[in-house]
Design a protein around this ligand. Structure first.
Ligand SMILES: NC(=O)c1ccc[n+]([C@@H]2O[C@H](COP(=O)([O-])OP(=O)(O)OC[C@H]3O[C@@H](n4cnc5c(N)ncnc54)[C@H](OP(=O)(O)O)[C@@H]3O)[C@@H](O)[C@H]2O)c1
Length: 205
């Protein structure tokens, strides 16, 4: 697939690099041409402008701060936009803007899929994304079946398992859960300790 990447920071680097390694064609279009060229050279991608990234291919990853996503994506009618942003109020672990993904969809006209926002950037840099014998689940929220298909394929291509998490309106729950987990995690809690494995026995209840 062809993927445009908006941003040249940690998530652009980690996911863009992972997609290149999985055989996809990636174009990095950050707001700084120099940083875009530098990241592209490092991960084996092409470099261009933000507009080039939006137009590049099958999907575009918005890897910019949540409050910059609407401006960064601009007008993108019909494009598949992967929104990995978390609208976290700095240092407070609450959501700044609950409707961030919906607002991005309304402003851009794009088919927005919320995805890849749940895990820390360093997770996407790990050599393997299989944990305890299972591929990492990646929750997706979106309204367009075709866009969801594209993002599911991208998730599978890096060895993860897409998890259908409902329409885009549920993205705010996914973001809130993420922010809640980050807050616990920053306080030293292993969030996985709170969720027992789902067994057939539990499912029967
Ligand atoms: N870090 C994580 O663990 C993590 C995990 C999941 C989701 N996320 C989300 O992913 C997104 C990116 O995070 P990150 O860690 O990659 O951040 P980052 O390393 O700080 O990179 C942010 C990128 O956004 C660009 N940017 C900042 N303001 C902009 C604007 N007004 N217009 C256009 N571009 C702008 C920056 O460009 P310059 O270099 O020119 O400043 C930089 O390339 C955030 O929304 C974050 O919530 C992060």
């Amino acid at each position: 697939m062809r993927i445009g990447v908006l941003g040249t920071g940690g998530m652009a680097d980690a996911l863009g690099g992972r997609w290149v390694a999985a055989g996809h064609e990636v174009l990095v279009g950050g707001r700084s041409p120099a940083r875009s060229r530098e990241l592209a050279a490092r991960i084996g991608a092409a470099a261009g402008s933000p507009a080039d990234a939006v137009e590049f291919g099958d999907a575009v990853l918005a890897a910019v701060p949540a409050d910059a996503a609407v401006d960064a994506v601009g007008s993108a009618p019909g494009r598949v936009v992967i929104d990995c942003t978390n609208s976290v109020a700095p240092g407070r672990f609450v959501l700044d803007e609950p409707r961030a993904a919906a607002r991005l969809a309304e402003a851009s006209g794009a088919h927005v899929v919320k995805a890849f926002n749940l895990c820390h950037v360093d997770v996407w840099r790990l050599p393997s994304l299989t944990f305890e014998g299972r591929p990492l689940g990646v929750p997706l929220c979106g309204d367009s079946p075709a866009a969801l298909d594209v993002v599911r394929a991208l998730v599978r291509s890096i060895g993860c398992a897409p998890v259908d998490a409902g329409p885009l309106a549920r993205a705010e729950l996914l973001e809130a859960a993420t922010v809640f987990a980050i807050g616990l995690w920053m306080g030293g809690t292993d969030v996985r300790s709170m969720f027992p494995p789902v067994t057939p026995e539990l499912l029967q209840r």
